[in-house]
Design a protein around this ligand. Structure first.
Ligand SMILES: [Fe+2]
Ligand SMILES: [Fe+2]
Length: 141
């Protein structure tokens, strides 16, 4: 349930990024800026669902410390920083910089999402956490 919902949300974020990259490639910065806002908001909301609801729930069972959720939070910080810089590069109409940051964003996010989909989300389905309640809280973020 959690696995399916969050994996689908990864795909939706990817789908918001693809047309943004096309607009940057075409140096259509007005359109890029328009597409950047919903993309950024979807990414930030996805991270918030994990940091505010899912990870604390997992940490009740696996502990916090420097474990897997700690690593995921650090990667969120790195990706958020890339997204901010990408927004600045689009505003500055700097095509090369925006494309470079976009590539870094894609690589980091793909690796991050794979770890969640292969390790953390399956873990959240195996642990005795209330799937429905957790999902409901995530959707409220
Ligand atoms: Fe994440
Ligand atoms: Fe995620």
């Amino acid at each position: 349930m959690i696995q399916e919902f969050m994996t689908q949300d990864h795909r939706e974020c990817d789908n918001l990024y693809a047309p943004l990259e096309q607009a940057i490639n075409a140096e259509d910065f007005e359109k890029a800026l328009e597409l950047f806002v919903p993309f950024r908001d979807a990414m930030l909301r996805h991270f918030a669902m994990e940091e505010e609801v899912l990870f604390p729930k997992l940490e009740e069972f696996i502990g916090g410390g420097e474990g897997p959720t700690y690593v995921m939070r650090m990667e969120h910080d790195q990706i958020r920083s890339i997204i901010n810089q990408l927004g600045e590069a689009i505003e500055a109409k700097n095509c090369d910089k925006a494309l470079g940051l976009g590539e870094t964003f894609m690589i980091m996010t793909q690796q991050h999402n794979m770890k969640e989909e292969q390790v953390l989300y399956p873990m959240s389905e195996r642990l005795p956490i209330d799937q429905e309640e957790t999902l409901k809280k995530m959707k409220e973020v």
